[in-house]
Design a binder for this molecule. Structure first.
Ligand code: PLP
Length: 362
């Protein structure tokens, strides 16, 4: 359940950053794509950052405004539609840029994603600058002789971080790629700016952007946060359907960490639960588990003032970003078709999925 008022508070803060800094802010659909709320978001933000064809279609149908598309690798059978839908396209390599350069229309502004080789992301899974990363061109691989037609540079190296981390990454970016900035029209600072978190240093962010723009002839700067937009704006409400005991009390809920809140297992992170504390802090500790047969389908141990009963509601806080998107197809990446290789040797594709399967589940 999204709480519109909380959502709009986030957007107003982002609007303030835009106004004060002169940067444009895009919504990264990868992290937040609950499009029934886009009528509100559209009033404050400049457009969407899309991870491929399906997200670009969604932005075009439900958000409008600017559409910026980046993918680790575009595919031949999708690029034309992506070009049709997008205002900016950022390529992950010079090989991709060369492959599709001639198809680009003049209305599309193209960019290259670079790897600043500095990230403070504590979790390797979320570190785009980790060793052997496939995301972005390193300075060693950068082919300046191929920059003809390239209008922007893009880096994305932050994850849930404050403005100090941006400052350091920007410094590394400029050290490596600074000499190419004056020939660009825009620089995209990526996402991972945790702007709407209470302790985020808004003033520092604004100063960093203003200073950058001043040094580079008022170049256009984009930010594309996802998480910061949906941050603490809604909850997932579950119910206790049974209680069992095995060394401790365990509640079985009508939801699942694995199926509905996968980040709690993948990252892993511990969702806050309303009126609950850490294990042992309140009188009644209980393990919260999901209703799947995966042995490890647990959200964690929590303690409550009163014992949980069958039928009680359990409210998981802050479940809008990176939860809904993982109940659909993450990044809008197409689901694989299903096929049967028959005993007689015939091969039959029995089901394939399309954009509508993705959109309907958001
Ligand atoms: C994930 C991602 C974002 C959004 O990151 P948040 O952490 O949700 O702000 C923006 N740009 C790119 C290229 C990304 O991969």
């Amino acid at each position: 359940m999204l709480e519109e008022e909380l959502f709009e508070q986030n957007l107003k803060l982002l609007q303030y950053v835009k106004e004060q800094s002169g940067a444009k802010i895009l919504l990264a659909l990868k992290g937040y794509s609950f499009y029934e709320s886009f009528d509100v978001a559209r009033k404050y933000l400049d457009g969407c950052c899309c991870s491929g064809l399906y997200e670009a279609r969604l932005a075009n149908e439900e958000f409008k405004k600017e559409i910026h598309t980046y993918s680790p690798a575009f595919k031949d059978d999708e690029i034309e539609e992506i070009i049709e839908l997008s205002h900016h396209i950022t390529f992950n390599s010079f090989s991709q840029y060369l492959r599709y350069k001639d198809k680009l229309k003049t209305k599309v502004s193209s960019g290259i994603r670079v790897n600043p080789e500095l990230s403070f992301s504590e979790v390797a899974l979320y570190n785009p600058c980790a060793m052997n990363s496939r995301l972005g061109v390193t300075i060693q691989e950068f082919q300046k002789e191929l920059l003809d037609g390239v209008e922007g540079l893009h880096f994305h190296a932050l994850c849930e971080q404050n403005a100090g981390a941006l400052e350091a990454v920007l410094e590394s970016f400029e050290e490596k790629f600074g000499k190419y900035i004056s020939q660009m029209k825009w620089i995209n600072f990526g996402g991972g700016h945790h702007i709407t978190r209470d302790d985020y240093d808004i003033k520092k962010l604004i100063d960093i952007i203003k200073d950058f723009k001043k040094r580079y002839n008022d170049i256009e700067v984009y930010l594309e946060p996802g998480e910061a937009i949906g941050w603490q704006s809604g909850v997932l409400v579950a119910s206790v359907i049974d209680k069992v005991h095995n060394g401790m009390d365990i509640a079985i809920l009508d939801t699942s960490a694995e199926a509905h809140m996968p980040d709690t297992i993948i990252m892993p992170y511990r969702a806050e639960v309303r009126n609950a504390s850490k294990e042992g802090e309140k009188r009644y500790t209980i393990k919260l588990g999901g209703n799947t047969c995966l042995a490890g389908d647990f959200m964690g141990n929590y303690s409550f003032d009163k014992p949980l009963k069958i039928g009680d509601k359990v409210i998981f806080e802050d479940q809008m970003h990176y939860t809904i998107v993982k109940n659909s197809t993450f990044n809008g990446v197409k689901l694989p078709s299903l096929a049967i290789l028959k005993k007689n040797g015939n091969f039959e594709v029995v089901k394939s999925f399309d954009y509508n399967d993705y959109k309907r589940r958001i």
